[in-house]
Design a protein. Structure first.
Length: 347
């Protein structure tokens, strides 16, 4: 974060995996006030007790409710919008719930931010929004369109709205790695949906780095992506098992769940073609063309990249590579120590 961050910062969904990590990162700075807007009072109470820091102010509410959003946004300078429904199967069964939180809720946050003159809003998206096949991904893709439409239609408001898109966050709530750890500790087989399925692998700290990069560098409507390695789900399972002393785990293939894809994409072909490569990041600028359709009979964009940037064509980690990455996670090291294994010896 730059030193130019003045005034309160709001983190929506601040009690979730990403949000709580973001809050902890912000507490390492000299920021005077961090607001957390979320709807789970039990998680808020646990987080309040855990942090013990008076700079964190908790707002009980839901991004679906515009009044609670407006109360939390008042006087805020910057917003990290992480509130979302993220579980693919649950969104498949209740798609309108995903729409109300991920689309309408995001629109509420962006509009409230514009009305009170917030300087920047960074919206968190997902690789599942690229060529989406499930309700969660579709709702996140539409959230991105809402953010981009604001940047296109309200470019003179002074509020910079940008998008960050990232892949699977390791050890986040509901992710597969804690499931593998639990199965290993209970001496149960590891359950895989499809051994050949690939996923990007990012730590929570990596995802926070991406959002901070957007905060410092984004222009209105930008979509920012952090490059990340990937592995097959099979190699991920073997790596987790090896760290817990099991080099030949029993594996049961249970078949893909509702709405799952063989691989995930962080950039579509059309985006990849115009993305700016910034080393560790890609930046996709806003398509700011107008609705003057007649122009498209005379001019338009030419060329599309050969393929998207996805988890099948990014850097592929083998089992040892995945193990090295897993050992950077505090949660894995803690679980290993609890199970009697030395993380340092496993390096």
């Amino acid at each position: 974060m730059t030193e130019a961050t003045q005034g309160p910062i709001l983190v929506t969904g601040g009690t979730g995996s990403f949000g709580s990590t973001m809050v902890r990162r912000l507490l390492q700075t000299d920021i005077d006030e961090i607001r957390v807007l979320s709807r789970d009072e039990a998680k808020q109470d646990a987080m309040r007790r855990d942090l013990g820091d008076s700079r964190v102010k908790f707002h009980l509410g839901d991004v679906r409710d515009i009044r609670s959003v407006e109360d939390a946004v008042h006087g805020v300078q910057h917003i990290f919008h992480a509130a979302a429904l993220k579980q693919v199967p649950s969104c498949e069964f209740f798609p309108m719930q995903a729409v109300q939180t991920n689309v309408q809720g995001s629109d509420n946050v962006i509009r409230a931010a514009q009305r009170v003159g917030v300087q920047s809003v960074v919206c968190l998206s997902t690789d599942k929004a690229v060529y989406p096949v499930n309700a969660m991904g579709i709702s996140k893709a539409l959230m991105e369109k809402v953010a981009q439409a604001h940047a296109r239609n309200w470019s003179d408001t002074g509020t910079t709205v940008s998008i960050t898109r990232y892949g699977n966050v390791m050890y986040s709530r509901g992710s597969v790695i804690p499931v593998f750890v639990k199965q290993l500790r209970e001496n149960r087989p590891l359950t895989l949906t499809d051994p050949d399925m690939t996923r990007f692998l990012m730590s929570l700290e990596d995802s926070v780095d991406l959002v901070e990069y957007a905060f410092d560098n984004a222009t209105p409507g930008d979509t920012l992506v952090r490059k990340a390695p990937a592995s097959t789900v099979h190699d991920l399972a073997l790596a987790v098992a090896s760290l817990f002393g099991n080099n030949e785990p029993e594996i049961h293939v249970i078949g893909t769940r509702h709405g799952e894809k063989l691989y995930e994409s962080l950039l579509g072909r059309e985006e990849h073609q115009k993305a700016e490569d910034r080393g560790d990041y890609y930046a996709v600028p806003l398509d700011a063309r107008s609705l003057e359709y007649e122009l498209f009979f005379e001019e338009g964009e030419t060329g599309v990249a050969d393929e998207e940037y996805h988890s099948h064509n990014t850097e592929r980690l083998d089992v040892d590579g995945v193990k090295r990455l897993l050992l950077t996670l505090p949660e894995i090291r803690q679980e290993m120590r609890a199970a009697g294994f030395d993380p340092e010896a496993a390096r």
